[in-house]
Design a protein around this ligand. Structure first.
Ligand code: CA
Length: 134
């Protein structure tokens, strides 16, 4: 099944690295992305995410901010400082919804900032908008 964007363009097949420590939320996001035909690799913390990036080259990272160990913003900063991930689209998903938290996330290099609780369909549409166009 291929999801359609609001403008009618079809989402390209793409790979997503999903970084989220809460299993229920991770599964919810994984399911909606996979339903749209995207390949999803999962990591439950920042260290695992950085490790997976050695072998897995995604088109988008969906990144929770409140993670055990390395904070999501630090993961974001590291991704932006690496040549191979400097321009990789990053979608932050966070329960921190204040304007200053959003501004900080965007300043650290996030391309979009989705607040929890989110609608899976909204998250999917915004994820597709960040993917490279075919
Ligand atoms: Ca979390």
């Amino acid at each position: 099944m291929v999801e359609e964007k609001p403008n009618g363009a079809v989402a390209p097949w793409a790979r997503v690295l999903l970084v989220e420590d809460e299993a229920d939320i991770r599964e919810l996001i994984r399911y909606s992305l996979a339903q749209a035909g995207l390949e999803v690799e999962e990591a439950s913390d920042g260290a695992e995410a950085l490790d997976k990036l050695r072998a897995f080259v995604p088109d988008l990272i969906v990144l929770d901010l409140m993670l055990p160990g390395m904070p999501g913003l630090e993961v974001c900063r590291r991704l932006r400082s690496r040549a191979d991930t400097a321009r990789l689209p990053i979608m932050v998903v966070s329960a921190k919804s204040s304007p200053s938290e959003k501004a900080l996330g965007l300043a650290m290099g996030a391309d979009d900032y989705v607040c929890k609780p989110f609608s899976p369909r909204d998250l999917l549409m915004r994820a597709i908008a960040l993917l490279p166009q075919r």
